[in-house]
Ligand binder design. Structure first.
Ligand code: FAD
Length: 479
């Protein structure tokens, strides 16, 4: 059990830090309140002290101090965890918000981003040099949490997941050492941080592979009335079956305040010109949407399109749900009906949404699942229930509803012909859409679980980093 930090220890910590690292306690009032704020109000915890470093060496000192003194440690990237995994009650929080610099090496097309950057920082810096990489679809999300758990984004069909595009990282380990990680240096650590990174240290720097992005892209929301849902799912399955990795869509159930009834929105993306995009999207467009906001735009604006439905504040919880690759229209209809019922009966849940991601899976699944920790590859589609409410007495009840949907989807996968308990290597729920207490099964990292446990014993045997999909260390005769 890790401990809160004492007032004496805060003083001691201050004495060993460089003046560039600022420390904030409750006595600092508004500034402290801003630092402990999170995307979801329910993820706020009263840290004993928040440290805001600007150098990697200072992050090392902070981590070592927490380690040496048994203090509870939280690391805040973009602050989007709804389960409070970047917060601490009484402990030390390392806030990376002043480490957001991004540099581009045009020769190698490498994008070097500090661990506290958000996707907007990466997307904007990269496009200035005609480059893009796979990133989150809401651009105020942190690159830290998202990349370390895998990362799906609009370019995943073309280039794989975010973790498939990490070429190097700098990691502060539990004992305070700052290590480079790549295929050439500390390759086992590099393997572990690509998928289970939250368990292994503070990543103060990521190097991503950038890709040429000379053209604008076609993107935006296409809205349908609910009676079109099954046909929309069939159209999306057809688009995915076309084998064109440039296209993608996220199917969303929502209750926009301006709409008289719940609607079905397909947020679409095509990395090409308008004519090619419209040809690709023809099966959807010919269903007669009630609104079509999709248009051509520079790539760096795409990940801002969904920001309006993902604003900060209020109580929130995200729940991973998984669908089979070829989504079954009748099952998706069942999910929609459950969504309409729950959000209709409880108006406090009206801003809740459900999303299902349609990326071409060929590139993602061409990368062997054992090649890094990330274990969400297979004939499946990641999805999410995005619960939102205001009544703090309903936290558990609302989460339980999300878990019920999660369990329903899990059972559907288990009953599918693709799944076998003996041979399925993948984890069933996408790690970045899970919260503590969710259904994770006994192997949230699938076939990679055992190797991760062995590496945990090597790099963090005392479990300083335990807040996101925790891994129990396994000591073997060989380590
Ligand atoms: C609005 C929204 C949109 C999303 N969109 C997508 C999407 O398009 N694709 C996708 O794959 N996922 C998406 N997610 C899920 C997202 O990947 C996770 O919520 C992720 O944890 C967010 O990272 P963060 O840095 O913002 O969060 P934080 O709350 O800061 O951190 C989450 C976890 O990561 C750790 N962490 C953060 N930074 C570092 C670091 N530099 N070093 C070590 N540990 C670190 C924290 O300690 C914590 O355990 C979305 C989530 C939200 C809320």
């Amino acid at each position: 059990m890790r401990r809160p930090i004492t007032a004496e220890q805060v003083k001691e910590l201050a004495s060993i830090l460089d003046p560039s690292t600022r420390l904030f306690t409750r006595a600092d009032g508004e500034e402290y309140d801003k630092l402990i704020a999170r995307w979801a109000d329910n993820a706020v915890k009263q840290a004993g002290v928040v440290a805001v470093p600007v150098t990697y060496e200072e992050v090392s000192k902070l981590v070592k101090f927490a380690s040496d003194n048994g203090i509870d440690l939280a690391v805040r990237g973009g602050g989007h965890s709804t389960g409070g995994t970047s917060s601490t009650e009484g402990g030390l929080c390392i806030d990376l918000s002043r480490m957001r610099a991004v540099k581009i090496d045009t020769a190698s097309k490498h994008i070097v981003a500090q661990g506290g950057a958000m996707w907007v920082d990466v997307d904007n810096a990269a496009i200035e040099k005609g480059l893009a990489t796979v990133g989150g679809t809401v651009n105020h999300t942190g690159i830290g949490g998202l990349s370390l758990g895998g990362g799906f984004g609009w370019l995943a069909g073309m280039y794989g997941c975010v973790c498939d595009n990490i070429v190097a990282a700098k990691v502060v380990l539990a004992d305070g050492r700052l290590l480079p990680a790549s295929e050439k240096e500390n390759a086992d650590l590099f393997w572990a941080i690509r998928g289970a990174g939250h368990n292994f240290g503070v990543v103060v720097e990521f190097t991503f592979q950038g890709h040429d992005q000379p053209n604008e892209v076609y993107a935006g929301g296409i809205v349908f009335t609910a009676d079109k849902l099954r046909a929309v799912v069939e159209a999306l399955n057809g688009m995915m079956g076309s084998g064109d990795p440039k296209g993608a869509a996220v199917l969303v159930f929502a209750r926009p305040p301006t709409a008289p009834a719940p609607v079905v929105v397909t947020n679409v993306f095509y990395n090409g010109d308008q004519a090619s995009a419209e040809k690709y999207l023809e099966p959807l467009l010919e269903l007669g949407p009630i609104a079509n906001m999709a248009k051509m735009m520079p790539y760096n604006l795409v990940n801002g399109l969904l920001n309006a439905m993902a604003t900060h504040g209020r109580r929130k919880s995200i729940k991973a749900v998984t669908l089979t690759n070829n989504a079954e229209p009748a099952f998706v209809q069942e999910l929609f009906d459950a969504y309409v019922k729950a959000t209709g009966e409880n108006p406090d849940l009206a801003h809740t949404f459900m999303g299902m991601e349609f990326y071409d899976l060929a590139k993602i699944n061409s990368i062997p699942i054992e090649s890094m920790a990330f274990a969400n590859r297979g004939p499946y589609r990641a999805g999410v229930v995005g619960l939102e409410w205001t009544n703090d007495k309903m936290d558990e009840e609302n989460r339980d509803w999300g878990r019920m949907i999660q369990a329903k989807c899990r059972q559907k996968i288990i009953d599918s012909k693709e799944y076998s308990p003996e041979t399925t290597k993948t984890a069933l729920e996408y790690a970045n859409y899970l919260e503590p207490g969710d259904l994770m099964g006994d192997k949230p990292f699938g076939v990679n679980q055992r190797r991760l446990a062995v590496l945990k014993a090597k790099y963090d045997p005392d479990c300083l980093f335990y807040k996101t999909s925790p891994i129990a260390p396994l000591v073997t005769a060989r380590n």
